[in-house]
Design a protein around this ligand. Structure first.
Ligand SMILES: [Zn+2]
Length: 165
């Protein structure tokens, strides 16, 4: 095997030296789930004062409630003690910087690759997407009244989270 991940594995050895979560269960102890963006500026637990073990975090491009994120929310509500779900898109998100076609062009310009029919789900209309995702969860027969669903926006320049819906 190549050495590509060696630095990270070495860091993991140091991490494991002081690991204190052995035997810990996988429930959301604060009753919280969050769907947010994959953006590297976002620290989901820290932004709402939670720690490891408190919440289920699902990260997608743009913080959209994709099919997999929806599955996570459903399992969270029924099996993992989730009672509140936050949907958290953010300011200056690349997925809200243009349409799929525009992002496809950016990929083409960056690497020359053609992404073909791959659906990205990008849209400049972040608030409409948020409303649609909140509605999807609130109206879903397997979530509905079992959890309170809120739509938010996270400001990557101030760290502030604001509820919109
Ligand atoms: Zn983003």
């Amino acid at each position: 095997m190549d050495e590509s991940f060696e630095d990270l594995l070495q860091a993991n050895r140091r991490f494991a030296d002081t690991f204190a979560l052995s035997g810990f269960d996988g429930l959301a102890h604060a009753g919280v789930a969050m769907v947010t963006c994959m953006d590297s500026r976002i620290e989901p637990l820290g932004m709402i004062g939670l720690k490891v073990g408190d919440a289920k975090i699902m990260r997608t491009p743009g913080g959209r409630v994709t099919e997999d994120a929806l599955v996570g929310c459903i399992l969270g509500v029924h099996l993992l003690k989730v009672e509140r779900i936050l949907i958290v898109p953010h300011t200056r998100c690349a997925m809200a910087a243009g349409t799929d076609a525009e992002i496809a062009e950016a990929v083409r310009n960056a690497t020359g690759a053609e992404i073909g029919d791959l659906r990205l789900g990008a849209s400049p209309d972040q608030d409409t997407n948020l409303l649609a995702d909140v509605s999807l969860l609130r109206n879903h027969p397997l979530i509905g009244d079992r959890a309170t669903v809120g739509g938010f926006k996270y400001d990557v320049d101030t760290g502030l989270l604001t509820r919109l819906i």
